[in-house]
Ligand binder design. Structure first.
Ligand code: NIG
Ligand code: FE
Length: 411
């Protein structure tokens, strides 16, 4: 008879293993953990061992902890004025050209101390955690100078130590051009001293860039990717959000973990992603808030079997969205994903977009025991409610340990 640390019984399981029969659903299941890992799962009647600690799931559903694989959680200030301007008719790209947009948040973020950035980001992180997020990706990109880019990444790393949520970081120095440098000088800075220091301090798990008419050209993006490669860091890309710049194909050539946004990605881009095993990260919050019309090519992504992830893109400009459940709802309603696809997009495929698929994102023996117990009658219910959020979450388990409720534990 095997000994486990903890066992959950009276539960339904949705393993979220892509391609599993019955969508990986196991009724009247049990799940056992040992040493922070999933040690056994299956039908309760076949449970091969015991534990001192038995959790009764009251018939709820256990799914892998949610993974928000694209956020910009660390920043100071808001850009509500631009939201108003856009609704008064000024386009997003026009606001950026006038020196608003990302640069406005850069001003606020440069002026903020590490402590302040930490406090602000932690409050936002609470909201994600309250809705079942156990791993979150956080980007830099609102510093655009050495000191502030490093400060943002240090804050992101500290958030990962703070409590029971894992943080993956991406260095996004190539997010916009700062006012004080010309383009070539800034690309040199990003690819040289900035990336050197980021790598030296071990502050980034990946390198990201914004390849767009209003941001970095394909040539500039390629320089950033070459520099990342030289440091042994994987790349990802904000690609084809408002025009087809060939970003997806470029990223695929560098074996990118993910291409994000991809609204304007062509069939050639989708084929390149499929060949490279690159994940398409869909960001319906930005599409919604910017009132975009061009949807990502979901049919093509399906046809070429490109895994689709879904993320909040939480940021002060294009997606002030702090609800992973609403992100899944938007992906279903606006992009036509099925609830099952959206759920894969915030579990298995999100893990893959972070290069973490071997360790998390599904319920499988040996994986990190990060999972949530939900008070729902079927998994699709997580994509159905709008604004119920944490009311659906019964228990959150991180590395095999039931996690304290967010608010008070963090005070
Ligand atoms: O993912 N596209 C570029 N970056 C962000 C927007 C950042 C901002 O507007 O502050 C995005 O949508
Ligand atoms: Fe983004």
């Amino acid at each position: 008879m095997e000994r486990f640390d903890r066992i959950w019984v009276n539960v339904q399981l949705a393993t979220m293993v892509p391609g599993a029969p019955d969508r990986g659903e196991i009724r009247d299941g049990a799940l056992a953990v040992r040493d922070g890992r999933i040690a056994w799962l299956g039908p309760r009647a076949q449970l091969p061992g015991e534990a001192v600690e038995i959790h009764d799931g009251a018939g709820g559903w256990i799914l892998p902890g949610l993974i928000d694989c694209h956020t910009h959680l660390v920043f100071a200030g808001e850009r509500c004025g631009e939201f108003e301007e856009r609704l008064e008719g000024v386009p997003y790209a026009e606001i950026a050209r006038r020196g608003g947009g990302i640069r406005r948040t850069v001003d606020g973020t440069r002026a903020a101390s590490e402590e302040e950035l930490h406090r602000l980001a932690r409050a936002r992180l609470h909201r994600l955690v309250d809705e079942g997020v156990t791993t979150v990706e956080i980007k830099s990109g609102y510093g655009l100078d050495i000191e502030t880019e490093l400060r943002m990444l240090r804050v992101a790393r500290a958030l990962g130590r703070d409590r029971d949520v894992s943080v993956a970081t991406s260095f996004l120095g190539a997010h916009a051009f700062p006012a004080e440098l010309d383009r070539a000088a800034y690309v040199d800075l990003v690819c040289g001293p900035m990336l050197d220091l980021v790598a030296e301090e071990g502050l980034a798990d990946a390198v990201d860039a914004f390849c767009e008419t209003i941001a970095f050209s394909p040539e500039e993006t390629e320089r950033v990717f070459q520099a990342a490669k030289a440091k042994g860091l994987p790349v990802k890309l904000h690609a084809d959000q408002i025009s087809d710049s060939g970003g997806a194909a470029l990223a695929a050539r560098y074996g990118a973990l993910s291409c994000d946004h991809v609204e304007y990605t062509s069939e050639a881009g989708v084929r390149a992603m499929a060949a490279a095993g690159t994940v398409a990260v869909l960001l319906p919050g930005a599409f919604y808030l910017l009132r975009e019309r061009q949807r990502p090519p979901v049919e093509l992504l399906r046809r070429f079997a490109v895994p689709m992830a879904v993320a909040t893109d939480a940021n002060p400009g294009s997606s002030p969205l702090l609800s992973p459940l609403l992100a899944m709802n938007l992906a279903c309603v606006l992009f036509g994903l099925t609830p099952y696809e959206a759920l894969l997009g915030m579990t298995a495929h999100a893990a893959r977009a972070l290069g973490l698929a071997a360790d998390r994102g599904t319920l499988e023996v040996g994986k990190r025991a990060d999972f949530c117990l939900w008070r729902i009658s079927r998994p699709a219910e997580l994509c159905y409610w709008m604004g119920f959020g944490s009311g659906l979450l019964a228990e959150r388990v991180v590395a095999g340990r039931p996690s304290a409720p967010a608010g008070p534990a963090l005070a």
